[in-house]
Ligand binder design. Structure first.
Ligand SMILES: Nc1nc2c(ncn2[C@@H]2O[C@H](COP(=O)(O)OP(=O)(O)OP(=O)(O)O)[C@@H](O)[C@H]2O)c(=O)[nH]1
Ligand SMILES: [Mg+2]
Length: 235
């Protein structure tokens, strides 16, 4: 159903300012997908954020490649491209998997500026990892200069019930405090709620775009009504 390509590992000191530009899509396209690709493909830039070892890379690799990397390999910065059909629309998703390690946070503002949707991940086995997310969200809102940003909160490693340190209610309460932000518990290991997370943020981006277009349309109608009232000619 979906086409994935291979990640490229990049160092923050890279001279290429566009973190998304140099990976490319490849692979087989299904009949369903080629029907969707008759429509122009929409591009989306998503950024995956969260503390060290919460499972950002595992979630991303599971979404892109449908596999679970058993070996822990701390990320500096990885980007992926994946083609998908979402709600009948052909989409090219550009995913930026960021470092949990604060040592590599110097390019975060740039990533946040470029990103259109954000996936904030904590581990249900690590109380500190949920506490850290409020500051990250604040940084996103500051950089985007708005409080309406497409965002999903993810409690990963829900297969590790015996080691649970963060209750489901805690996750839900945080998401409610974030203006009813979407919240999922997920497992990269078991591929639970993986597509749902990424599709949700895409749908939020679409809804926001449609809302903005609607707003523009109503503004232009209001302008025309005003022009009619004051006797000006309407084109
Ligand atoms: N049981 C379980 N382990 C997981 C899951 N997701 C990730 N892990 C493990 O947690 C460790 C860290 O996973 P990563 O995906 O590398 O975490 P990360 O957030 O990308 O880490 P950094 O890149 O260092 O910030 C690895 O050993 C994974 O195998 C999950 O859903 N369930
Ligand atoms: Mg990683």
């Amino acid at each position: 159903m979906m086409v994935a390509c291979f990640p490229r590992r990049r160092r923050p000191s890279s001279t290429n300012a566009d973190a998304y530009s140099s990976t490319s899509a490849s692979g087989q396209v299904s009949a369903r997908q080629s029907r969707a690709s008759a429509l122009p493909t929409k591009e989306y830039k998503l950024v995956i954020l969260g503390g060290v070892g919460v499972g950002k890379s595992s979630l991303t690799v599971q979404f892109v490649h449908s596999s679970f990397p058993e070996r822990y390999d701390p990320t500096i910065e990885d980007s992926y491209r994946k083609q998908a059909e979402i709600d009948g629309q052909s989409c090219m998703l550009e995913l930026l998997d960021t470092a949990g390690n604060e040592r590599f946070a110097d390019r975060r503002d740039l990533h946040l500026k470029q990103g259109e949707g954000f996936i904030l991940v904590f581990s249900i086995t690590d109380q500190r990892s949920i506490n850290e997310l409020a500051a990250l969200r604040e940084q996103i809102l500051r950089v985007k200069n708005t409080d309406r940003v497409p965002m999903v909160l993810v409690g990963n490693k829900c297969d590790m019930e015996d080691d649970r340190a963060v209750t489901r209610e805690q996750g839900r309460a945080l998401s409610e405090g974030w203006g009813n932000c979407a919240f999922y518990e997920a497992s990269a290991r078991q591929r639970a709620n993986i597509d749902e997370i990424f599709y949700d943020v895409i749908r939020q981006i679409n809804a926001q775009t449609a809302g903005k277009e609607g707003e523009r349309h109503s503004k232009s109608i209001r302008r025309k009504v005003k022009e009619l009232r004051c006797g000006c000619r309407v084109q």
